[in-house]
Design a protein around this ligand. Structure first.
Ligand code: SF4
Ligand code: SF4
Length: 56
C-alpha cells in the first residue's frame, strides 16, 4: 500500500514539504510519490489543497 497523486495535482509542493520520509518529488507537471518509500502516513493528503494524494 502507498499513496498516489492524481492528475488533479496543481504542483504546489505542500505535500513534499511535509512527507516524513521524503517520498514525494516533482515530476512532469505534477508531484509523484515513490511507492517503495511511502509509509502510508496520510500527511500528504491532509496537506493538499485539492485532495490529489489518495491511498491505493
Ligand atoms: Fe509521504 Fe506519508 Fe504521503 Fe506516503 S502518505 S507520500 S509517507 S506524506
Ligand atoms: Fe500536488 Fe497536492 Fe502535493 Fe500540491 S499538495 S504538489 S497539489 S499533490
Amino acid at each position: 500500500m502507498a499513496y498516489q497523486i492524481s492528475d488533479d495535482c496543481i504542483a504546489c509542493g505542500s505535500c513534499a514539504a511535509g512527507c516524513p520520509v521524503g517520498a514525494i518529488s516533482e515530476g512532469d507537471g505534477k508531484y509523484v510519490i515513490d511507492a517503495d518509500a511511502c509509509i502510508d502516513c496520510g500527511s500528504c493528503q491532509g496537506a493538499c489543497p485539492v485532495g490529489a494524494p489518495q491511498p491505493q
